[in-house]
Design a protein around this ligand. Structure first.
Ligand SMILES: O=C(O)CCC(=O)C(=O)O
Length: 272
């Protein structure tokens, strides 16, 4: 799918530098009130499914939400998301995940262990980020994401156990223990309607919900068009380009570029 839009710059030069230095940005109040209301209603429409998946007790993520509710497809094309992503990873924006995370309103539940996103879907380069719209006021108390500033520069870390199985969390506590002990931490808090961005190699954790309010996050994982998948998670959104088009090349971190024969195609076999 090719989508050419005239992306407007959304970030200041200082914000772009801050992203490259720290690995994240928090942009308060990006959504208008009607946009936020539309997204909350779309999330509410999935609530039955969330509860069916055990969401009363634990954090639940529902994937491929752009195909379930039109508001989630529209938000994937939000000018703030497109403008900022083009500035950070280039013209060709490839959607690799679109999901809603719900923290349970269950005291102390819903924490997500320290991890990076990249090891879940390794690609040939690191121009990969997550753009998140906060659908509720988000603070440490109800489950905000906590990051280790600058940790994206460390490259992908080990998420495998001693048997070699991928376990979806950092298995070497030394990778984050000193930062936690020294307080090299930043909480991505913000009012509902804010947008956050984080690099796929940023080490992060999310707090449990210790409040009696929900905490919903709409997360779009976006890769540069020349970041080709090496393995791991693969979702129905894969053929969706948010901006630009598939350059049909794979660019590696060492600068090597290889031509690819044809795009991945979803022939309908990915329904869960
Ligand atoms: O709830 C969030 O903000 C994101 C959760 C998370 O850690 C992730 O999706 O990688």
């Amino acid at each position: 799918m090719t989508v050419r839009t005239a992306a407007q710059r959304y970030l200041s030069d200082a914000q772009v530098s801050s992203y490259h230095e720290n690995g994240y940005l928090v942009l308060p109040n990006v959504l208008t009130a009607p946009e936020l209301a539309g997204l909350r209603a779309a999330a509410d429409a999935l609530d039955e499914e969330r509860l069916r998946r055990g969401g009363a007790e634990r954090t639940v993520a529902i994937h491929d939400v752009i195909f379930m509710q039109e508001a989630f497809m529209e938000a994937a094309h939000h000018p703030a998301l497109i403008g900022a992503s083009v500035q950070l990873i280039g013209e060709n924006l490839h959607l690799i995940q679109a999901r809603v995370h719900w923290k349970p309103i269950a005291k102390g539940e819903g924490a997500v262990d320290w991890h990076q996103d990249y090891p879940f879907h390794p690609l040939t380069n690191y121009d990969v980020l997550a753009v998140t719209f906060l659908l509720d006021d988000t603070s440490v108390r109800n489950g905000a994401l906590q990051a280790i500033p600058g940790s994206h520069k460390r490259g992908p870390l080990n998420h495998h156990d001693t048997d070699g199985a991928f376990v979806g969390r950092c298995t070497n506590a030394d990778d984050y223990a000193a930062d936690v002990a020294n307080g090299n931490l930043f909480d991505l808090e913000g009012p509902a309607g804010s947008m956050t961005i984080h690099h796929a190699n940023l080490l992060h954790y999310t707090h449990p919900n210790n409040s009696d309010t929900p905490r919903r996050a709409l997360v779009y994982q976006i890769a540069a068009g020349d970041a080709a998948l090496l393995g791991g998670n693969f979702f129905k959104v894969w053929p969706v380009y948010l901006h630009g088009s598939d350059p049909l090349v794979a660019r590696f971190e060492d600068g090597t570029v290889r031509r690819l024969p044809q795009p991945f195609r979803n022939l309908g076999g990915l329904d869960q």
